[in-house]
Design a protein around this ligand. Structure first.
Ligand SMILES: *Cc1c(COP(=O)(O)O)cnc(C)c1O
Length: 465
């Protein structure tokens, strides 16, 4: 214990340039850890110099960690395209360019240049959204959860909203339809059963207190077998007859029919709007491939009501998001371009030949740097759209698969697939992979051009110690 260096000694020996507060924290943590290890008997019989070396190395490791931003780039080798934990959709470069331009200068965010006076924040995307979807009017808010909340609060507070029991969804991260409904002040009226809901179930539940019929996209699950759900057309007709609102929470919301690319058919936003629904909401950063946002489309008078709800100020969209959303929507004016230039769409629609090329490219690079106790091969795997879209629709993909032929003889090197998986989460950048049947999989569908060099370098660092 007497050999433990003082905080000042560690501080003076730290070579890396960093804010004093980080150095201090690193020094204290390293000393505390060494003290703990001495007490546990993990450090013993060493000289003062050796102990100082150990503490210093620890402190430098901590410092290195503190200096990195907490929110940073990772490599997504999971094959899940809209991965909510990994930031959902990647933005096209032009969207970022526009954001930089708009946010490093003043902008006409709420300034009408023609009139020379106050303008409307939403004006920058409303026309585009209407042109792309055929909707009468539009509003954008912070995210789809907010879009659902504000729509319900505006149209159904204190009144009943009828929802099928098969659609009482929970999306990860505590978005649950019954809870959002409760927060909005609307009263949930469940009808039907888990697997089957008929038009007459909705019809029988309508009473004096009913304000709305709500349809919710099942998003992250699917009920298979003996099932029945009511079509939007029928719900719209029923709602009209009784003077009720009819709303759909689409969840993901796609402008492009991906069944042309071998995916399961999902109605597009345009089709949903055409069905005559009063309000439809969806996320900006799921299958649309834009920034986090909640998009609300609907009839003019209804959107106007939602827009003037005081809650709108609390959930309003910021200018960085608006700038990127406008850019992404502009790309959609040419659908072919959208598939080419919007990363989420591009990854969904990747041709298998391109996937093959990528798998060979990664395999070639890794073969040069992996040790002989590892086995590397290319295997078939399934990617997912993710983000609560097309939950069981498999996307045929390829992965570079790594497994252990035998354990390495150095203790510095990860000695199992699970140790390797863990180590890869701590590299710069971290690599997020998937383990399947004792193999570590790198699904190439979600890899970006720049990732290949990094993955090879990281493997070299880990195994050529
Ligand atoms: C994802 C999803 C939401 C929440 O959207 P966020 O943009 O994450 O707030 C709400 N409803 C459904 C059906 C969803 O799939």
């Amino acid at each position: 214990m007497r050999f433990l260096p003082k905080v000042d000694q560690v501080l003076n020996s730290l070579k890396e340039d960093a804010p004093h507060i980080f150095k201090l924290k690193a020094a204290r943590l390293a000393i505390a850890e060494a003290r703990e290890n001495i007490l546990l008997g993990k450090i013993k019989d060493i000289s003062k110099e050796e102990l100082k070396e150990i503490v210093l190395l620890k402190a430098e490791n901590y410092l290195h960690k503190f200096k990195q931003p907490s929110l940073r780039r990772v490599i997504n080798a999971t094959g899940v395209i809209v991965h909510t934990n990994l930031g959902r959709s990647l933005l096209p470069k032009e969207a970022i360019d526009n954001m930089i331009e708009v946010s490093t200068s003043y902008s006409n965010l709420e300034y009408n240049l023609e009139a020379g006076k106050r303008g409307i924040r939403y004006s920058h995307v409303v026309e585009l959204l209407c042109e792309l979807t055929g909707a009468e009017d539009a509003l954008v808010v912070n995210n789809n959860a907010a879009a659902v909340l504000i729509s319900l609060e505006t149209l159904a507070k204190g009144k009943e909203v009828i929802v099928s029991r098969g659609e009482l969804v929970e999306i990860g991260g505590s978005f649950r339809i019954p809870d959002v409904m409760a927060k909005s002040g609307a009263i949930l009226r469940e009808v039907g059963t888990t697997n089957r809901t008929h038009l007459k179930d909705y019809k029988n539940a309508i009473n004096q207190e009913t304000a709305m019929l709500l349809k919710v996209h099942q998003s992250n699950y699917k009920i298979l077998g003996f099932t029945k759900a009511v079509d939007m057309e029928e719900l719209v007709e029923l709602a009209k007859k009784h003077g009720l609102y009819v709303m759909e929470d689409l969840g993901s919301g796609n402008f492009i029919d991906f069944s042309k690319f071998g995916l399961e058919y999902e109605p597009t936003v345009q089709e949903v709007v055409k069905n005559g629904v009063d309000v439809v909401t969806f996320s900006g950063d799921k299958m649309l491939g834009g920034p986090q946002a909640g998009i609300i489309l609907g009839k003019k008078d209804i959107i106007e009501k939602i827009k003037t709800n005081p809650l709108n100020r609390a959930v309003r969209i910021d200018k960085l998001t608006l700038a990127t959303l406008e850019s992404v929507l502009r790309i959609y004016l040419e659908p072919e371009e959208a598939i080419r230039r919007i990363p989420t769409l591009n990854m969904i629609c990747l041709e298998f030949d391109e996937i093959k090329r990528r798998a060979r490219r990664l395999s070639r690079r890794l073969k040069k740097v992996i040790p002989e106790f590892l086995d590397l091969k290319i295997t078939e795997t399934t990617s997912r759209v993710g983000g609560g879209a097309l939950p069981i629709c498999p996307l045929k993909s390829l992965a570079v698969s790594i497994s252990y032929k035998k354990a390495p003889n150095s203790s510095q090197i990860p000695s199992s697939v699970s140790e390797l998986e863990e180590r890869l989460r701590h590299t710069t950048p971290p690599i997020i992979t998937r383990i399947e049947e004792e193999s570590l999989l790198f699904d190439v569908r979600t890899l970006l051009d720049r990732d290949y060099v990094d993955i090879a370098r990281i493997f070299e660092d880990i195994f050529n110690v």
